[in-house]
Ligand binder design. Structure first.
Ligand code: MF3
Ligand code: CO
Ligand code: CO
Length: 275
């Protein structure tokens, strides 16, 4: 199926879903502390989504082809876990880094965003990985505009990650999003500038680089979901949902704690407005 171009009405609904997803992360931030379990973070987010926001947690029972249903409402991926970590009895301890990935459904539309959180005081190396991964996400976002190529996004992310001696996970990518959680296009976080699909105003997709401190190879745990680095090196990820606009891009998953940079310079020197 081709890449969906959203109508103004769909874009307005995606703005609402995106903002709500980001607000779940704002809500959970103060709870991410040494001693809390990932299961407790899941319970708190679930209640906030269902009872406070009136949103549906998209991960709960999500079962793409070849997967068993995901058993929880959020993903929590700690230290060498790359993505899709299942919340449970694990107690977060001082020095951990954890990605929390939230996807809500509101009025049939999905908003998808994730951030890294520090538990207490992680090592300088761990914080550096999280910071560079954040910069990678923004380097990708800064490429977005009508006429750019999907490959421009991957190239910008890979270049920034490798400049710092880190590696890009290849097996998972960003994705179109709307009525469906995962739709076309696939947004690779590595690649060559000027390749793959051209972007057009009205497309909406996520950019969600997974960056490893060590080698890029991953493996899946026996739970059928959790992805970890093969070499046990730390991994980080950030995710925003992004709309292609006539001027460039609009980030749909901004919030009070994660505001858009007012103006972002595109690689080609044009200026674009972020949300
Ligand atoms: N939120 C993830 C993404 O960014 C997908 C999680 S699927 C789940 O695409 F079932 F694990 F929740
Ligand atoms: Co996503
Ligand atoms: Co996500």
């Amino acid at each position: 199926m081709a890449i969906v171009i959203k109508t103004q009405e769909e874009i307005e609904r995606m703005r609402v879903a995106g903002r709500l997803a980001a607000e779940v992360l704002d809500f959970i931030a103060p709870h991410v502390r040494p001693g809390v379990t990932t299961g407790e973070l899941d319970r708190l987010c679930h209640d906030y989504m269902v009872h406070h926001q009136g949103t549906i947690p998209a991960p709960l029972d999500y079962a793409p082809p070849g997967y068993r249903p995901f058993p929880k409402s959020i993903c929590t991926s700690v230290n060498h876990q790359v993505c899709h970590g299942i919340p449970g009895d694990r107690v977060l301890k001082n020095g951990d880094i954890v990605n929390i990935d939230i996807t809500v459904i509101k009025d049939d539309y999905h908003g998808d965003t994730s951030r890294m959180f520090y538990v207490g005081e992680p090592s300088l190396a761990a914080r550096r990985l999280c910071e560079v991964t954040y910069e990678c996400m923004w380097a990708g976002i800064a490429q977005v505009g009508p006429g750019s190529f999907l490959g421009d996004i991957g190239h910008a992310i890979q270049t920034h990650a490798e400049k710092h001696g880190f590696s890009v996970v290849r097996e998972f990518c960003g994705h179109g999003i709307g009525r469906r959680f995962h739709e076309e296009p696939q947004v690779l976080h590595y690649g060559k500038a000027g390749t793959l699909d051209r972007l057009a105003a009205g497309m909406i997709f996520t950019i969600e680089p997974m960056i490893n401190a060590g080698r890029r190879e991953i493996r899946e745990l026996a739970d059928g979901w959790t992805i970890v680095t093969k070499d046990h090196s730390l991994s980080a990820q950030w995710e925003h949902t992004v709309l292609v606009t006539e001027a460039g891009f609009e980030v749909m998953t901004v919030s009070a704690l994660m505001p858009p940079p007012a103006r972002t310079a595109r690689a080609d020197g044009r200026r674009t407005v972020a949300a």
